[in-house]
Design a protein around this ligand. Structure first.
Ligand code: GLU
Length: 510
């Protein structure tokens, strides 16, 4: 692409960023990076009633944790700033006025009560009230009133909104089509006669989302609008506004919905609560209720796993490859390969990714995390913990799985799994273990390899049978018939501890 790509992620700070929002941000980021473009964060906070304290910080923290920071936005390279719409208030009015002046928009004075009356009246007749070409001349606005009446109302300070004239019947007749080619959905077209005259400027002196969004995308030089499918119904209005202003229309890509793990409908917070998985990247405490919502970070997921997982919600590379680093995603990602069918959210799949990225993590870093979570490890040398982690992480999905998989490297078992005892501890076991202790005591250089050689030699020479020794030995060391190589375990816990554990089990089981 020869064009200088500029894309934006434009969340409204109405609460924590939902996982679907992170997916939208990610696709914008990947697309921008692929073409050496710019990824912009714009905070769409024109609806003051829905503003939630802390939400903007949460959005920024989430992008940073995922490793997809914005290039331009609040507090960063503010060439096209400000990036909070609430700080751009003065900008929008003039554009709304411009549309009124050119006859493409109009003042509407209808009160909430009148509109409510019409709504209910229509409902009673089994119809839906929409403010449009059909009835706008019967309502209270600058099209139905004379210029003098309108001016009088404005002068009297009557509350008004500005509505966009979606279908201009004088110019277009009773039908009009607005269409474009969406990168994901192909040709999309809308019948204007079915659409309403949306409010673009509110009585509180603020633009609505639609006007602010289009004006800012234009002023910020946005080349591609990549956003969720839920904004598709707004597209005809946005396209119309571009045309009305005579501005270049950006390319649009509407990303598919993210569906519940099973059944119909969009993924919701309730699905997460029900099935126990987070739908937010980071933990969030509601400033009003104090309610805490789970986050992927705090639940022990690696950002690489979340990113890799989200990349596949609506996109695929067209090959069998599933593991992609962020760099590989940037290289491979393509909006043309985003599909329009809803993408099913599979909370098990992200665990699979997490297990994979766990294997790629550095053992020292994992050991640090493990130590910080497990009070029993407070006094244990970090290098020892790192070695243990290296041995057991293959079977872990989360750092929180580590203790169950490795406690016997740190503390001796104080009970033995019943089933395992039945299977491994026979009549002659005590005697065999006493002889084994003797072998272990005499291993010269106490390494896993030497232990293995000496013990195997003793077993073979006396024709004992491998399982008869190895099973009870494992039971003594671990407390169950699980874990990595026994010689490795003995080497790590040391000669004395190994012998103590064997003797302890013999004493306890007889
Ligand atoms: N403020 C909208 C949102 O909350 C932005 C939609 C768009 O990207 O145009 O998602």
């Amino acid at each position: 692409m020869s064009q200088n790509i500029r894309v934006r992620f434009a969340p409204s700070p109405t609460g924590p960023l939902h996982i679907g929002g992170v997916r939208t941000a990610l696709f914008n980021y990947l697309f921008a990076k692929k073409y050496n473009g710019t990824f912009i964060l714009r905070i769409e906070d024109t609806d003051q009633n829905r503003y939630v304290e802390g939400a903007e910080k949460y959005i920024i923290d989430s992008l940073n944790w995922c490793g997809i920071p914005y290039d331009e936005g609040p507090g960063k390279n503010e060439t096209f700033g400000p990036y909070r719409q609430s700080e751009r208030k003065e900008i929008y009015k003039k554009y709304a006025d411009e549309l009124v002046a050119s006859g493409k928009a109009y003042y509407a004075f209808d009160t909430a009560e009148t509109l409510d009356f019409h709504r209910k009246d229509h409902e009673a007749k089994g119809k839906t009230f929409i403010y449009n070409w059909h009835n706008r001349l019967k309502l209270s606005n600058s099209l139905s009133l004379s210029a003098e009446e309108t001016q009088a109302k404005l002068d009297a300070g009557e509350e008004y909104v500005i509505r966009y004239k979606m279908l201009d019947t004088q110019k277009e007749g009773a039908h009009g089509i607005i269409s474009t080619t969406d990168i994901v959905r192909g040709h999309v077209s809308f019948k204007k006669e079915l659409l309403d005259d949306k409010v673009i400027f509110k009585s509180d002196g603020m633009p609505t989302y639609h006007l602010a969004n289009v004006v800012d995308d234009h002023l910020m030089g946005i080349t591609h609008v990549i956003r969720g499918e839920e904004w598709l119904p707004s597209l005809p209005l946005h396209l119309s506004l571009y045309l009305a202003f005579g501005w270049k229309i950006p390319e649009f890509a509407h990303l598919p919905l993210i569906l519940k793990p099973t059944g119909k409908g969009k993924l919701s917070k309730r699905d997460g609560d029900k099935l126990g998985f987070p739908v937010f990247p980071l933990e969030w405490t509601d400033p009003q209720s104090g309610d805490v919502s789970k986050g992927y970070k705090e639940d022990g997921y690696f950002p690489e796993a979340l990113v890799n997982f989200l990349a596949f919600l609506g996109w695929n590379p067209g090959t069998e490859q599933e593991i992609f680093s962020l760099e590989e995603l940037i290289e491979t990602f393509d909006l043309e390969r985003v599909h329009k069918a809803g993408a099913r959210f599979d909370p098990e799949k992200i665990k699979w990714f997490n297990h994979h990225y766990m294997q790629e993590q550095n053992d020292e870093i994992l050991a640090d995390l493990f130590k910080s979570q497990q009070p029993e490890l407070a006094d244990i040398d970090i290098n020892y913990i790192a070695i243990v982690v290296g041995l057991i992480k293959e079977r872990a999905t989360f750092v929180s799985d580590f203790w169950d998989l490795s406690h016997y490297f740190f503390v001796a078992p104080n009970s033995y799994d019943d089933k395992a005892v039945k299977k491994a501890y026979k009549e002659d076991t005590a005697q065999l273990l006493r002889e084994l202790v003797n072998i272990i005591q005499h291993v010269n250089d106490f390494t896993a390899a030497n232990l293995q050689t000496d013990i195997k030699e003793w077993i073979t020479k006396n024709n004992i049978g491998f399982g008869k020794v190895m099973m009870p030995l494992r039971l003594a060391l671990v407390g169950a018939l699980q874990g990595p190589d026994v010689f490795e375990i003995m080497f790590l816990i040391g000669k004395n501890e190994s012998v103590t554990r064997i003797e302890k089990m013999v004493a306890s089981l007889g």
